[in-house]
Ligand binder design. Structure first.
Ligand code: SF4
Ligand code: SF4
Ligand code: SF4
Length: 596
């Protein structure tokens, strides 16, 4: 099985009897004859023979034990034996302790076959005639479950014909596959004008990875295309009698048999097209994040941009404990194709400093080290480690997954929480009306460190987000990208709301966009750009009908602020104070950027 699952997705049902596992065998070693072992008898390499000096055993371990862990054999074994056993729920009973787990290793991409197809009752369906090929849905999906492709029309025709002919009902298969391809100006007419063969643009949904959040449907609707709709998963579809999941299984198997989008059909200026790249899918889906999770989208976009631009071996991740490490490393499911390690909340930047040094020693200066961490890891307990790393000048990048709350531990307030925000440590009651302190502005604090790249962005602002990642990757020193990450349960928002709420957070000045790049000049005003925010010289942005979009407009739309509004919508003094505080923060940014 390939790590990405391309061309080899496992069955939805447990299937026939499991293949016999080929154990990773450690051959016995023969000790030199000694008084304790006169015959020099064979012993397990990991066992210290009676009477053998501890020091002698350690020396021998160092030279013999490592090569005995055959990584290739282990990965093969893992994918054919261990992962299916976990999927069938019998691993604990049937398998001995895992030699990889003893070393804290999970092979790459093993989450590709993790099956969520029975999780949600609905799945997105594609209406090709309405699609313009904007790729917004493909970028927005937190689970790598909706995939795009552009291929020359002749290739599509040839592939559909060959694949359909191999199916039990070729006519049904062919009709179904054709429904996945759209004729678009972007991939057909523009290339035609450039003298290239027009391409068809295809959208496919992987039923195994899709959690039914409907985020893809929501973003397509917001853009006015409505080329995706949620449909029920049924046992027999009206048109063909096929089960919905069987149809999706067959069609995604076809998608995985296709070659990648040729580079000449990717639009370099439309950064959403990065997701069409052959190395982009370095976060393969199958992670245990909540449906619609904003953190997961930010991570997969970071991985896509770095691997696609700098190569598949160009990065490693140090992940501070938090939601991202729990959903990103639930044994035996690893959604990453990049080297990844987990450290505690408080020291991920320090661990990254060590890895940076070691990689530099080994001649890997061009490899990117990315640190991932949430509010606790970056705003709070790990803040000193982040500040120290930034002050060191080391070439390390950080992605802050800013959920404004401790999501993983159940929703306690962090210093990134907004004033008045209702959390597990700042309830709305008689005495206390939500969080009594204003939000800490990590971005402004980091700017004060001087020679550091800093960005505040959201995955919903696709070009801004990718530019920030690209600039961080090329900045010769520390770079910190703070990404707004909607958290469904803790923000009190719907599963399909990540993009909508991130956009509103920016429009309402709750979370302004900015980039600070020391390469742009010597002064803060030259370095700081607020481009991407609406009405950047004004206090508040306005809708076309003149309605002001202020912080209250944002707060009214999320459950975490609900108790601040009376039955008639009257705001509490506390949320009005946050409104003023957010405006003051925006004005400070305007002032720093030379706009006031
Ligand atoms: S968001 Fe809608 S229009 Fe854009 S690529 Fe997806 S389906 Fe097509
Ligand atoms: S419904 Fe959610 S998980 Fe499924 S493809 Fe759409 S965005 Fe991805
Ligand atoms: S709790 Fe929030 S941050 Fe954590 S996985 Fe769920 S949505 Fe994502």
């Amino acid at each position: 099985m390939s790590p990405t699952g391309r061309g080899s997705r496992g069955p939805v049902d447990p299937g026939p009897a499991r293949p016999r596992r080929t154990p990773v065998v450690r051959p016995p070693r023969r000790l030199a004859a000694s008084p304790a072992n006169p015959a020099g008898s064979a012993v397990n390499v990991l066992a210290k023979a009676p009477g053998e000096l501890k020091e002698a055993h350690e020396v021998e371990l160092a030279t013999t034990a490592r090569p005995l862990f055959d990584v290739d054999a282990y990965v093969e074994d893992f994918n054919t034996s261990i992962v299916p056993a976990y999927r069938r729920g019998v691993a604990d009973a049937e398998w001995p302790a895992d030699v990889g787990l003893a070393r804290s290793i999970i092979p790459p991409g093993t989450a590709a076959t993790r099956d969520f197809s029975r999780l949600a009752p609905q799945i997105p369906d594609f209406i090709a005639e309405r699609c313009v090929g904007c790729m917004t849905c493909v970028n927005a999906c937190p689970d790598t479950a909706i995939l795009g492709i552009a291929l020359p029309e002749s290739v599509v025709e040839e592939r559909i014909a060959a694949f359909a002919a191999s199916q039990p009902e070729p006519a049904v298969a062919e009709a179904s596959l054709r429904r996945h391809f759209a004729h678009t100006t972007k991939y057909a007419e523009v290339p035609r004008k450039q003298g290239k063969e027009p391409a068809k643009f295809g959208i496919f949904v992987d039923p195994v990875h899709c959690k039914g959040c409907a985020e893809c449907v929501a973003v397509c609707h917001e853009l006015g295309y409505d080329a995706l709709v949620m449909i029920d998963k049924v046992e027999a579809e009206a048109e063909t009698g096929e089960a919905t999941l069987d149809r999706y299984d067959r069609d995604i198997a076809f998608f995985r048999s296709l070659p990648p989008t040729p580079p000449e059909y990717r639009n370099e200026r439309a950064l959403a097209d990065l997701m069409l790249g052959e190395h982009a899918l370095g976060y393969v889906g199958g992670a245990g994040s909540c449906a619609g999770c904003g953190e997961a989208t930010a991570i997969r976009m970071l991985v896509a941009a770095t691997r696609q631009i700098h190569g598949p071996d160009s990065m490693g991740i140090v992940a501070a404990t938090g939601c991202n490490t729990v959903f990103g490393s639930t044994y035996p499911f690893n959604p990453f194709l990049v080297p990844w390690t987990n450290s505690l909340f408080e020291n991920a930047p320090a661990v990254a400093l060590g890895i940076r040094e070691r990689w530099n020693q080994a001649g890997h200066e061009d490899r990117k080290v990315w640190v991932l961490g949430g509010d606790g890891a970056m705003y709070d307990i790990g803040f000193q480690s982040l500040s120290r790393m930034v002050a060191s000048g080391a070439d390390i990048n950080v992605l802050v997954l800013d959920t404004q709350v401790y999501s993983n531990t159940g929703g306690q307030a962090s210093t990134a929480s907004f004033g008045g925000q209702i959390t597990k440590l700042s309830f709305y009651g008689k005495e206390l009306h939500g969080r009594p302190e204003p939000r800490k502005e990590l971005g402004r604090i980091l700017i004060a460190h001087g020679n550091v790249y800093v960005a505040q962005t959201t995955p919903a602002h696709i070009n801004h987000f990718y530019r920030a990642i690209m600039e961080a990757n090329t900045f010769p020193g520390p770079a910190v990208v703070i990404a707004y990450a909607p958290c469904m349960p803790e923000h009190g928002i719907a599963d399909d709301a990540a993009t909508r709420q991130a956009k509103l957070a920016v429009e309402s000045r709750a979370f302004p966009l900015f980039t600070y790049d020391p390469r742009r000049g010597a002064s803060i005003a030259e370095r700081l750009s607020l481009t991407g925010n609406p009405a950047i010289r004004e206090d508040w942005a306005k809708l076309p009908n003149g309605t002001i979009v202020d912080f209250l407009a944002f707060a009214r739309s999320e459950g975490r602020f609900a108790q601040h509004f009376g039955p008639d919508g009257t705001p509490t003094p506390e949320i009005l104070a946050t409104q003023e505080e957010r405006l003051a923060n925006w004005r400070t940014l305007q002032e720093l950027a030379g706009l006031r």
